[in-house]
Design a protein around this ligand. Sequence first.
Ligand code: EPU
Length: 427
Amino acid sequence: MLVVVLSQKEWMHDMEMIRIFGGRPLCGSISCAGMKNAAVAVIFATILTSDRCIIENLPLISDVEVALCILEELGAEVVRLNERTVCIDTEPIATYCVPKDLAGRMRASYYLVGALLGRFGKAQVGIPGGCDFVERPIDQHEKGFAALGVPISVDHGNIVGVGRPMGGVVCFDKVSVGATINTLLAAVCAEGETTLLHAAREPHVVDVARFLNTCGARIYGAGTDTIRVEGVPVLHGGVHAVVPDMIEAGTYLIAAVATGGKVRVTELEPTHLSSLTDLLTHMGANVMIGEKEIEVTGGRRLLGINVETAPYPGFPTDLQPQVGVLLALADGGGTLTEQVWDHRFRYAAELAKLGVRVHVDGNRATFCGGDRLYGAHVRAVDLRAGASLIVAGLAATGETVLTEVAHIHRGYERVLEKLTALGARVE
Ligand code: EPU
């Protein structure tokens, strides 16, 4: 066992705060890491095969470590081949029960339900943890499993399902990344054919389908809103490289514009960020798009804009808090309308401490714009809130101290190193 695992608590201890000396333009080039939300799903998907899988381009974040740790505690063998590559052998896993303390370590542990149902025809998984910026229902997951003949229920803090999944038709009421991937996991080895209607189209859904197809699954249409799965009796092992993280890349590009700098992010998939590059262009940034890279140059006055989040290919909710900083700086400000999560503006009160004038009303935040930001003590109340506060701290004059940064390390790798490489003063 070569995996070094830090629990969320240890990360919290290890990296308690980030100090940002703002007001310097970010300049330079960094490469994009593998995508958190694809990596964690692919890691749990390896349960569906008893053969070894090699997963490459894993981001160096605590959510990945926690996911690997959960697999190990269930009995899998995980061997680090290099910093970003692991070989996973889930053959020794002999249990379909995931204790609450394990499942509670991260949100994506709900994928264990689909994966264990696919492998054992049984699953008992503690309620997932992770960012709790809003209530996170699982009714669409339930709908997916029920359509495959396996109703799940929540019993004493566990999600429980019993039965071998059979092919079926699911029409989701809401676009849900988690429910789409979870139902896919249960469907790949089901007897018969499954159709998912109103499926999520996010790049991580495509990435998980690509991994499963590498292992012998027959999934068609991932990336569209209709996915068809022909069940296969077993999956074999496979080698898979995780798709680049559009949210990590987008966060650095936004930070470049917020600080009036010039940043190139390489090793990404530019089409995944079309909604952001369109937005930055509208706001007045200069955007250059290459085959595998994007470069943005800020420095001109930013123009206000109104933004609405939406499932992919719409504007990603996971970049909404970061864009809030741009609206605070822009002439005329603008509104952010959150249409994916019921409410995702807990960061607004923290931004206000840095001088941002923002008013939140239900699912809409209105930024006055034209704000001059100054350093303050703020909390990373969740992962993307933390990203937004880093962007704001970089754009602010003076020193910002950000606490509760364990949230940030869940989803952003080596954030201090990357910011330092771009000329930021952070410690
Ligand atoms: N929803 C339901 N019922 C369900 C599932 C979802 O009503 O059964 C609702 C949610 O309440 C939300 C909307 O549907 O309003 C979308 O939820 P979705 O299921 O798509 O979200 P998720 O799969 O739980 C993933 C990411 C999130 C990201 C969303 C949307 C992971 C581990 N998490 O969550 O990432 O915001 O998709 O793109 O993949 C983050 O990285 O910071 C993050 C929160």
